[in-house]
Ligand binder design. Structure first.
Ligand SMILES: [Mg+2]
Length: 161
């Protein structure tokens, strides 16, 4: 079985063309947190991700759905962001996606899920009937080799455009 994200981005989140998504009829974005918007455990945005997020917020309804369960960390994130942050999302469960979609008052096809993990972010977004955008982890992020191996293994199931 293959998963085909609607958009397969060669770079990280900051390489997503906001205008292109708007032209495709997208009105809401649900972002993954760790490795997609911030480096895990960092609780801070780089100037590049901050600038991208600011532009995205001018164009779309934007919220975060994260599988992270660490409430202290999630609160640190809530303190630096002005958008809604849903933790314990249990993606690929559709629950958080449906909740945010109704908060946005949008239909599923008007919402894009953006994340770095095929089997949680992309699979969950697909199941919710949303558009899906698979990104690479943040350019600034360094991770141990074994993690990169697992990450690449998971991407075996991804079909390019
Ligand atoms: Mg992630």
């Amino acid at each position: 079985m293959f998963l085909k994200p609607d958009y397969l981005i060669k770079g990280d989140i900051t390489d997503i063309d906001i205008e292109m998504l708007a032209q495709a009829g997208i009105k809401g974005l649900i972002l993954d947190l760790d490795s997609t918007l911030v480096e895990p455990h960092s609780a801070k945005l780089t100037p590049e991700t901050e600038a991208w997020l600011e532009r995205a917020c001018q164009r779309f309804n934007v919220a975060i759905a994260s599988n992270n369960k660490n409430e202290v960390y999630l609160d640190q994130i809530r303190n630096i962001l002005t958008i809604q942050v849903v933790g314990r999302a249990a993606k690929p469960s559709r629950k958080a996606f449906h909740q945010l979609m109704s908060d946005f008052q949008l239909d599923a096809h008007q919402v894009a899920v953006i994340g770095d993990r095929p089997l949680t972010d992309i699979w969950g977004g697909y199941r919710a009937g949303m558009k899906t955008v698979l990104v690479q982890i943040l350019k600034t992020q360094k991770e141990p080799a074994w993690k990169t191996k697992i990450r690449n293994l998971e991407r075996v199931f991804i079909k390019g455009n």
